[in-house]
Design a binder for this molecule. Sequence first.
Ligand code: UDP
Ligand code: MG
Length: 313
Amino acid sequence: MHNQNPYLSIVIPVYNEQETLEELYRRLTTALDQLGKTYEIILTNDGSKDRSSEILKELHHRRPSQIRVIEFNGNFGQHMAIMAGFEKVRGEIVITMDADLQNPPEEIHKLVEAIEQGHDVVNTHRLGRQDNWWRLWVSKMHNKLRAWMMPKLVMKDEGCMLRAYRRNIVDLMAATGETTTFIPALALNYAANPTEVGVAHETRFAGESNYNLYKLIRYNFDLVTGFSVFPLQVFTMIGMLISFLSFLFVIFLIARRLIVGPEVEGVFTLFAIMFFLLGIVLLGLGVTGEYIGRIYQEVRKRPRFVVREVLEE
Ligand code: UDP
Ligand code: MG
């Protein structure tokens, strides 16, 4: 059994990171030992198909009281891997980071200082981001779109996973049973005093990014639908606009009918009425969709992830 709760909890999702884990261990423990605070590192193996699982087991045996490993039963995604860690944290300050060393562990002290100054959520933006041009472009576009659709989410850079949270925020996040969620956005929902610091960014230590364009789009879609009903509202707006325009068209045709008299046997009148009805149908669909969307979000009570094994003391 562990006897005392650590001060810091580092939560790291791991998916096919066999080449980086040893280096991650070395740099992370060095940086944390230098900080001089008690800590634990929780690594969730998100169904890796390489040797990550064995390496994690070995790391746990090296420092059994400090390194805890959660083994998933399959691949449930980066955010669920972090969530599983959140459910188990023992520390007062919780820090999330990637396993691939794109977030340098040497930056952790900045986040700890910000929390100690009284902030409950510390977001980060990447200084000198090291990714390829299309990732940068997709991120830029997406950040713009998100700022427009969800002005409440104040965040310069949502992709950087090196972040720090106070324990009460983490407990709240772990208690939300949502399946598709985006942790930094969720945290901001609960934050009373968030802040943002710049952190260095590096190229991947080894291996390739797990995200391709399709996964990125899906992921961003999750963010948008998970935190706003904006897309459904657009649908409703279009329906409303079409109904209004068709209504004007109907008035116009009635006036013509009275002034000019019957034309082409009423075909256009028929069109006008059809468009008007079509507008109403679209509007109705939009409104229903809005409700179904909300219900769908609430009703999915599947297990978020399945844990096969936990290695801890
Ligand atoms: N990851 C995960 N499950 C996945 C995909 C990724 O746990 O299905 C982890 C991965 O091991 C890494 C982090 O999430 O620690 C970020 O992934 P990656 O570096 O591939 O993404 P990028 O940095 O390119 O956004
Ligand atoms: Mg990465």
